[in-house]
Design a binder for this molecule. Sequence first.
Ligand code: CP
Length: 307
Amino acid sequence: MLLDHVIFSQQFTVPILMELFNRTDQMRKIVKRGGTLDYQKKIMATLFYAPSTRTRFSFEAAMFRLGGNVLSTEQAKMFSSEIKGEMLEDTIRIISNYCDIIVIRHHEEGGAKRAAEVSSVPIINAGDGSGGQHPTQALLDLYTIYNECKTLDGLSVAIIGALDKGRTARSLAYLLSKFERTKIYFIAPEEMQIKQDILDHLDEKGISYELSSTTDKIINKVDVVYQTRIDKDRLKGKEMDLSVYNIDQEVLKKMKKNSIILHPLPRSVEISHDVDTDKRAAYFRQSENGLYVRMALISFLLDKNSQ
Ligand code: CP
Protein backbone atom coordinates (compact mmCIF):
# COMPACT_ATOMS: atom_id res chain seq x y z
CA MET A 1 0.00 0.00 0.00
CA LEU A 2 1.25 3.50 -0.82
CA LEU A 3 2.57 5.59 2.02
CA ASP A 4 2.32 3.31 5.04
CA HIS A 5 5.74 4.80 5.74
CA VAL A 6 7.47 7.80 4.15
CA ILE A 7 11.00 6.73 3.23
CA PHE A 8 11.67 7.93 -0.35
CA SER A 9 10.16 10.80 -2.31
CA GLN A 10 9.47 8.44 -5.26
CA GLN A 11 6.60 7.03 -3.17
CA PHE A 12 4.47 10.12 -3.75
CA THR A 13 2.09 10.19 -6.70
CA VAL A 14 0.84 13.47 -8.17
CA PRO A 15 -2.72 12.94 -6.76
CA ILE A 16 -1.29 12.29 -3.27
CA LEU A 17 0.94 15.38 -3.57
CA MET A 18 -2.07 17.50 -4.52
CA GLU A 19 -4.12 16.06 -1.66
CA LEU A 20 -1.26 16.87 0.75
CA PHE A 21 -0.87 20.40 -0.63
CA ASN A 22 -4.62 21.05 -0.21
CA ARG A 23 -4.31 19.83 3.37
CA THR A 24 -1.24 22.05 3.80
CA ASP A 25 -3.31 25.11 2.83
CA GLN A 26 -5.86 24.10 5.48
CA MET A 27 -3.11 23.64 8.07
CA ARG A 28 -1.85 27.18 7.45
CA LYS A 29 -5.34 28.43 8.36
CA ILE A 30 -5.54 26.12 11.39
CA VAL A 31 -2.21 27.45 12.73
CA LYS A 32 -3.49 31.03 12.29
CA ARG A 33 -6.38 30.06 14.59
CA GLY A 34 -3.90 28.62 17.14
CA GLY A 35 -4.16 24.94 16.15
CA THR A 36 -6.66 22.10 16.59
CA LEU A 37 -7.33 19.41 19.18
CA ASP A 38 -8.30 16.83 16.54
CA TYR A 39 -5.29 14.58 17.27
CA GLN A 40 -5.14 15.04 21.06
CA LYS A 41 -4.93 11.32 21.86
CA LYS A 42 -2.09 10.74 19.38
CA ILE A 43 1.60 10.45 20.22
CA MET A 44 4.54 11.08 17.89
CA ALA A 45 8.08 9.95 18.77
CA THR A 46 11.02 11.84 17.28
CA LEU A 47 14.31 9.96 17.17
CA PHE A 48 17.13 12.11 15.82
CA TYR A 49 20.49 10.32 15.64
CA ALA A 50 21.97 13.33 13.81
CA PRO A 51 21.69 17.08 14.45
CA SER A 52 18.70 19.10 13.25
CA THR A 53 17.06 22.44 13.93
CA ARG A 54 14.27 22.91 11.36
CA THR A 55 13.15 19.34 10.81
CA ARG A 56 12.85 18.29 14.44
CA PHE A 57 11.35 21.55 15.69
CA SER A 58 8.86 21.79 12.84
CA PHE A 59 7.75 18.15 13.22
CA GLU A 60 7.31 18.60 16.97
CA ALA A 61 5.53 21.96 16.55
CA ALA A 62 3.33 20.32 13.89
CA MET A 63 2.24 17.58 16.31
CA PHE A 64 1.54 20.11 19.08
CA ARG A 65 -0.49 22.30 16.67
CA LEU A 66 -2.52 19.21 15.79
CA GLY A 67 -3.29 18.73 19.49
CA GLY A 68 -1.07 15.65 19.86
CA ASN A 69 1.84 14.80 22.14
CA VAL A 70 5.54 14.27 21.44
CA LEU A 71 8.09 11.84 22.89
CA SER A 72 11.57 12.97 21.99
CA THR A 73 15.21 12.28 22.57
CA GLU A 74 17.45 15.23 21.88
CA GLN A 75 20.42 13.22 20.63
CA ALA A 76 19.41 9.61 20.08
CA LYS A 77 22.98 8.50 19.44
CA MET A 78 23.88 9.46 22.98
CA PHE A 79 20.61 9.42 24.94
CA SER A 80 18.96 6.25 23.63
CA SER A 81 20.04 2.70 24.41
CA GLU A 82 22.14 2.69 21.22
CA ILE A 83 24.97 3.73 23.52
CA LYS A 84 24.55 0.36 25.30
CA GLY A 85 24.71 -1.43 21.96
CA GLU A 86 21.00 -1.74 21.22
CA MET A 87 20.37 -2.24 17.52
CA LEU A 88 18.09 0.19 15.68
CA GLU A 89 15.54 -2.55 14.94
CA ASP A 90 15.07 -3.34 18.64
CA THR A 91 14.74 0.35 19.53
CA ILE A 92 12.02 0.78 16.89
CA ARG A 93 10.16 -2.40 17.94
CA ILE A 94 9.99 -1.00 21.48
CA ILE A 95 9.15 2.63 20.67
CA SER A 96 6.46 1.70 18.15
CA ASN A 97 4.52 0.17 21.07
CA TYR A 98 4.44 3.55 22.79
CA CYS A 99 3.32 5.89 20.01
CA ASP A 100 1.27 6.29 16.81
CA ILE A 101 3.96 7.60 14.48
CA ILE A 102 7.79 7.81 14.49
CA VAL A 103 9.97 10.47 12.85
CA ILE A 104 13.59 9.37 12.48
CA ARG A 105 16.79 11.02 11.28
CA HIS A 106 19.48 8.36 11.10
CA HIS A 107 23.19 8.81 10.47
CA GLU A 108 23.32 5.80 8.13
CA GLU A 109 21.86 5.70 4.64
CA GLY A 110 18.99 3.21 4.77
CA GLY A 111 18.36 3.75 8.51
CA ALA A 112 14.73 4.84 8.03
CA LYS A 113 14.05 1.89 5.72
CA ARG A 114 15.40 -0.52 8.33
CA ALA A 115 13.14 1.13 10.91
CA ALA A 116 10.10 0.78 8.63
CA GLU A 117 10.76 -2.95 8.18
CA VAL A 118 10.09 -3.63 11.88
CA SER A 119 7.79 -0.80 12.98
CA SER A 120 4.12 -1.34 13.83
CA VAL A 121 3.41 2.40 13.27
CA PRO A 122 4.25 4.72 10.33
CA ILE A 123 7.88 5.77 10.03
CA ILE A 124 8.79 9.14 8.50
CA ASN A 125 12.33 9.54 7.18
CA ALA A 126 13.64 12.91 8.39
CA GLY A 127 16.94 12.40 6.53
CA ASP A 128 19.12 9.28 6.29
CA GLY A 129 22.89 9.30 6.05
CA SER A 130 24.66 11.60 3.65
CA GLY A 131 23.57 10.67 0.16
CA GLY A 132 20.28 9.12 1.24
CA GLN A 133 17.02 11.05 1.10
CA HIS A 134 15.06 13.72 2.95
CA PRO A 135 11.57 13.28 1.50
CA THR A 136 9.68 15.67 3.78
CA GLN A 137 12.15 18.45 2.91
CA ALA A 138 11.39 17.77 -0.75
CA LEU A 139 7.66 17.95 -0.01
CA LEU A 140 8.00 21.39 1.54
CA ASP A 141 10.34 22.48 -1.26
CA LEU A 142 7.82 21.41 -3.88
CA TYR A 143 4.92 22.98 -1.98
CA THR A 144 6.87 26.26 -1.83
CA ILE A 145 7.55 26.15 -5.57
CA TYR A 146 3.84 25.51 -6.19
CA ASN A 147 2.82 28.31 -3.84
CA GLU A 148 5.26 30.84 -5.28
CA CYS A 149 5.22 29.91 -9.00
CA LYS A 150 1.53 28.84 -9.11
CA THR A 151 2.40 25.82 -11.26
CA LEU A 152 4.58 22.73 -11.20
CA ASP A 153 4.65 22.16 -14.94
CA GLY A 154 7.09 23.66 -17.41
CA LEU A 155 9.53 24.90 -14.77
CA SER A 156 13.32 25.25 -15.16
CA VAL A 157 15.13 24.52 -11.91
CA ALA A 158 18.83 24.97 -11.09
CA ILE A 159 19.99 22.73 -8.23
CA ILE A 160 23.37 23.90 -6.91
CA GLY A 161 25.80 22.39 -4.38
CA ALA A 162 27.55 19.18 -3.38
CA LEU A 163 24.89 17.16 -5.13
CA ASP A 164 26.41 13.67 -4.86
CA LYS A 165 25.74 13.66 -1.11
CA GLY A 166 22.86 16.13 -1.16
CA ARG A 167 19.90 14.21 0.18
CA THR A 168 17.55 17.21 -0.23
CA ALA A 169 18.67 17.68 -3.85
CA ARG A 170 18.20 13.98 -4.55
CA SER A 171 14.71 13.86 -3.04
CA LEU A 172 13.64 17.04 -4.86
CA ALA A 173 14.86 15.73 -8.23
CA TYR A 174 12.65 12.66 -7.79
CA LEU A 175 9.59 14.84 -7.06
CA LEU A 176 10.27 17.27 -9.92
CA SER A 177 10.45 14.31 -12.31
CA LYS A 178 6.71 13.79 -11.83
CA PHE A 179 5.75 16.99 -13.65
CA GLU A 180 5.41 17.92 -17.30
CA ARG A 181 8.18 19.70 -19.24
CA THR A 182 10.48 20.05 -16.23
CA LYS A 183 14.09 21.02 -16.99
CA ILE A 184 16.70 20.50 -14.28
CA TYR A 185 20.22 21.99 -14.31
CA PHE A 186 22.55 20.25 -11.83
CA ILE A 187 25.35 22.69 -10.97
CA ALA A 188 28.24 21.32 -8.90
CA PRO A 189 32.02 20.89 -8.85
CA GLU A 190 32.69 17.97 -11.19
CA GLU A 191 33.58 15.54 -8.39
CA MET A 192 30.40 16.41 -6.47
CA GLN A 193 27.92 16.10 -9.33
CA ILE A 194 24.56 14.37 -8.91
CA LYS A 195 24.84 10.57 -8.95
CA GLN A 196 23.98 8.38 -11.90
CA ASP A 197 20.95 6.79 -10.16
CA ILE A 198 19.11 10.12 -10.33
CA LEU A 199 20.09 10.67 -13.98
CA ASP A 200 18.90 7.15 -14.84
CA HIS A 201 15.57 7.93 -13.18
CA LEU A 202 15.22 11.21 -15.12
CA ASP A 203 16.05 9.39 -18.37
CA GLU A 204 13.39 6.81 -17.60
CA LYS A 205 10.84 9.59 -16.98
CA GLY A 206 11.89 11.54 -20.08
CA ILE A 207 12.92 14.57 -18.03
CA SER A 208 15.39 16.98 -19.61
CA TYR A 209 18.52 17.86 -17.62
CA GLU A 210 21.99 19.35 -18.00
CA LEU A 211 25.10 19.05 -15.84
CA SER A 212 27.35 22.06 -15.34
CA SER A 213 30.19 23.14 -13.08
CA THR A 214 29.26 26.85 -13.31
CA THR A 215 26.14 28.94 -12.92
CA ASP A 216 27.04 31.13 -15.94
CA LYS A 217 24.61 30.90 -18.85
CA ILE A 218 22.07 29.07 -16.61
CA ILE A 219 21.18 31.40 -13.75
CA ASN A 220 19.49 33.92 -16.10
CA LYS A 221 17.03 31.39 -17.54
CA VAL A 222 15.70 29.42 -14.57
CA ASP A 223 12.47 29.87 -12.61
CA VAL A 224 13.83 28.30 -9.43
CA VAL A 225 17.33 28.37 -7.95
CA TYR A 226 17.70 25.63 -5.34
CA GLN A 227 20.89 26.49 -3.48
CA THR A 228 22.59 24.09 -1.01
CA ARG A 229 25.80 24.06 1.04
CA ILE A 230 29.16 22.80 -0.19
CA ASP A 231 31.10 21.48 2.78
CA LYS A 232 34.63 22.92 2.52
CA ASP A 233 36.01 19.92 4.44
CA ARG A 234 35.34 17.81 1.35
CA LEU A 235 37.98 19.67 -0.65
CA LYS A 236 40.78 17.97 1.35
CA GLY A 237 43.36 20.70 0.71
CA LYS A 238 42.46 21.02 -3.00
CA GLU A 239 42.46 24.55 -4.43
CA MET A 240 38.92 25.35 -5.54
CA ASP A 241 37.10 28.67 -5.61
CA LEU A 242 33.70 27.77 -4.19
CA SER A 243 32.57 31.41 -4.23
CA VAL A 244 31.60 30.91 -7.89
CA TYR A 245 28.58 29.00 -6.58
CA ASN A 246 27.49 31.74 -4.18
CA ILE A 247 24.41 33.89 -4.68
CA ASP A 248 25.05 37.57 -4.13
CA GLN A 249 23.85 40.89 -5.53
CA GLU A 250 25.71 40.31 -8.81
CA VAL A 251 23.98 36.96 -9.34
CA LEU A 252 20.61 38.50 -8.40
CA LYS A 253 21.02 41.04 -11.21
CA LYS A 254 21.24 38.19 -13.74
CA MET A 255 18.24 36.23 -12.43
CA LYS A 256 14.74 36.45 -13.88
CA LYS A 257 12.56 39.04 -12.13
CA ASN A 258 9.90 36.47 -11.22
CA SER A 259 12.25 33.63 -10.25
CA ILE A 260 12.70 32.37 -6.68
CA ILE A 261 15.65 31.27 -4.55
CA LEU A 262 15.19 28.29 -2.24
CA HIS A 263 17.59 26.73 0.25
CA PRO A 264 16.82 23.83 2.63
CA LEU A 265 18.99 25.65 5.24
CA PRO A 266 21.10 25.90 7.30
CA ARG A 267 23.20 28.12 5.05
CA SER A 268 26.83 28.97 5.38
CA VAL A 269 28.31 31.49 2.91
CA GLU A 270 26.51 30.36 -0.24
CA ILE A 271 23.78 33.01 -0.05
CA SER A 272 24.87 36.52 1.00
CA HIS A 273 22.78 37.93 3.82
CA ASP A 274 21.96 41.04 1.77
CA VAL A 275 20.02 38.76 -0.63
CA ASP A 276 17.47 38.07 2.14
CA THR A 277 15.49 41.26 1.52
CA ASP A 278 15.03 40.58 -2.20
CA LYS A 279 11.47 39.36 -2.86
CA ARG A 280 12.90 36.39 -4.79
CA ALA A 281 14.54 35.08 -1.59
CA ALA A 282 11.90 32.52 -0.62
CA TYR A 283 13.94 30.36 1.79
CA PHE A 284 12.43 31.67 5.03
CA ARG A 285 8.91 31.31 3.62
CA GLN A 286 10.02 27.80 2.58
CA SER A 287 11.08 26.84 6.13
CA GLU A 288 7.81 28.24 7.53
CA ASN A 289 5.94 26.05 5.04
CA GLY A 290 7.72 23.08 6.62
CA LEU A 291 5.40 23.36 9.63
CA TYR A 292 2.22 23.27 7.53
CA VAL A 293 3.44 20.51 5.21
CA ARG A 294 4.47 18.34 8.17
CA MET A 295 1.10 18.91 9.86
CA ALA A 296 -0.55 17.80 6.63
CA LEU A 297 1.64 14.70 6.38
CA ILE A 298 1.25 13.63 10.02
CA SER A 299 -2.55 14.05 9.89
CA PHE A 300 -2.72 12.22 6.53
CA LEU A 301 -0.80 9.20 7.92
CA LEU A 302 -2.71 9.15 11.22
CA ASP A 303 -6.09 9.36 9.42
CA LYS A 304 -5.05 6.61 7.03
CA ASN A 305 -4.03 4.34 9.89
CA SER A 306 -7.20 4.87 11.90
CA GLN A 307 -9.50 3.90 9.01
N1 CP B 1 16.71 21.44 6.20
C1 CP B 1 17.02 20.68 7.26
O1 CP B 1 16.92 19.46 7.23
O2 CP B 1 17.45 21.39 8.35
P1 CP B 1 17.84 20.76 9.74
O3 CP B 1 19.09 19.93 9.55
O4 CP B 1 18.06 21.93 10.65
O5 CP B 1 16.72 19.89 10.21
